[in-house]
Design a protein around this ligand. Structure first.
Ligand SMILES: [Zn+2]
Length: 229
């Protein structure tokens, strides 16, 4: 025992910490296999309770991680337990947990097409694809800031409240949601949308949706989100 006070788990449907650890392993492997977290890059976290989160540690392939490798961190980024070291990118995760009480999980990854957009200074905010508007809404581009710095967390903090996913200039992407599955599905959709945008522009005739169609989709999205709550 590490003397931690036992608080109820927030993340939906979970009753024990080991379930959260196993889901971090599962979604980490999935993201690695998709090529979104090559080498030891990218990280995932999940809210454990009102005071702490579990996160993947620094410097590890997400394909090889085990449940016992995860680190427990408080909402100020201080490591509470775990034999491995907390990632220097924990600030990305904390920015989401601080500004959105409804967020229970965060994924930060480097999917190649979405990161290509981020490296070309391009947001994914063109209304090209109905599914992306429904699932994500516009994905903005946060200005570049060095990874691991407070400046990066600050640039993200202003965008997190109004969006579901964010591209980080010359770096990668972050998604967040009410569960690890939700954050994972959003990351998968960001990359899929980046692929669609790239193809539409390569074909030379990308056709954005008209304003009334966008409004209808956004209305449907609001209904969908309200029903999901
Ligand atoms: Zn990164």
């Amino acid at each position: 025992m590490d003397g931690r006070q036992e608080l109820p788990l927030i993340a939906n449907g979970y009753t024990t910490e080991i379930e959260l650890r196993r889901d971090l392993v599962k979604f980490g492997k999935w993201l690695y296999r998709l090529g979104f977290m090559p080498g030891s890059s990218g990280n995932l976290s999940v809210r454990v309770n009102s005071e702490c989160i579990l996160a993947t540690p620094t410097g590890c392939s997400k394909y090889l991680l085990k449940a016992e490798d995860m680190v427990l961190v408080d909402l100020q980024g201080q490591q509470l337990s775990g034999s491995r070291k907390v990632t220097s990118e924990i600030g990305i995760h904390l920015a989401a947990y601080h500004s959105r009480p409804d967020v229970n999980a965060v994924v930060h990854a480097h999917p190649p097409l979405a990161t290509g957009f981020a490296c070309a200074g391009r947001a994914l905010d063109e209304p090209l694809c109905a599914e992306a508007i429904m699932m994500l809404g516009p994905v903005p581009l946060a200005p570049y800031a060095t990874t691991g710095t407070n400046e990066l967390a600050r640039t993200l903090a202003s965008l997190i409240p109004g969006h579901s996913a964010i591209l980080m200039a010359n770096h990668g992407a972050m998604t967040y949601g009410d569960s690890l599955l939700d954050a994972f599905l959003k990351m998968e959709t960001v990359e899929h949308f980046a692929h669609i945008c790239l193809v539409a522009h390569q074909l030379g005739s990308a056709c954005p949706l008209e304003e009334p169609a966008i409004e209808q989709l956004l209305e449907a999205r609001t209904k969908y989100l309200n029903n999901a709550r």
